[in-house]
Design a protein around this ligand. Structure first.
Ligand code: AMP
Length: 114
């Protein structure tokens, strides 16, 4: 199967500013940042979206949440606050079909999103 863009980044076939990686996930700076801090956290497993996760993915999803917390702390946005976003499918605004968590911060956010 063709690798997703984010698999290619995780495998270092496409360059990116990687800020964290371990055996389960990789985090790198978004190429088009929506705020002073904008990191994408992706599992190495190519799950297409949140709509496609399985029960067996529960430990991986918990790991991603904890790493999102760690990345927010490392980026200096945990205390002031930050936003985590999972765009899912066409109506959710998802453009890359590989599950990813946006970690966005460094400015005040608005609600509701556009
Ligand atoms: P989404 O719209 O939720 O699927 O988010 C995809 C994100 O990937 C967007 O914020 C893009 O700016 C980002 N993106 C696309 N290509 C790259 C790349 N080569 N390196 C880093 N981020 C990327």
């Amino acid at each position: 199967m063709e690798k997703t863009l984010f698999q290619k980044i995780a495998d270092r076939e496409i360059p990116a500013q990687i800020v964290y990686e371990d055996e389960l996930c990789v985090a790198f700076r978004d190429i088009s940042p929506a705020a002073p801090v904008h990191v994408l956290l992706v599992p190495r497993k190519p799950i297409p979206s949140l709509a496609a996760v399985e029960e067996e993915d529960a430990p991986l999803l918990a790991h991603l949440m904890l790493k999102a917390r760690d990345i927010a702390r490392a980026e200096g946005i945990a205390e002031g606050g930050f936003r985590t976003v999972l765009n899912t499918g066409a109506d959710g605004g998802q453009t890359v079909p590989h599950l990813h968590i946006h970690i966005i911060g460094g400015r005040s956010m608005q609600w509701p999103p556009g």
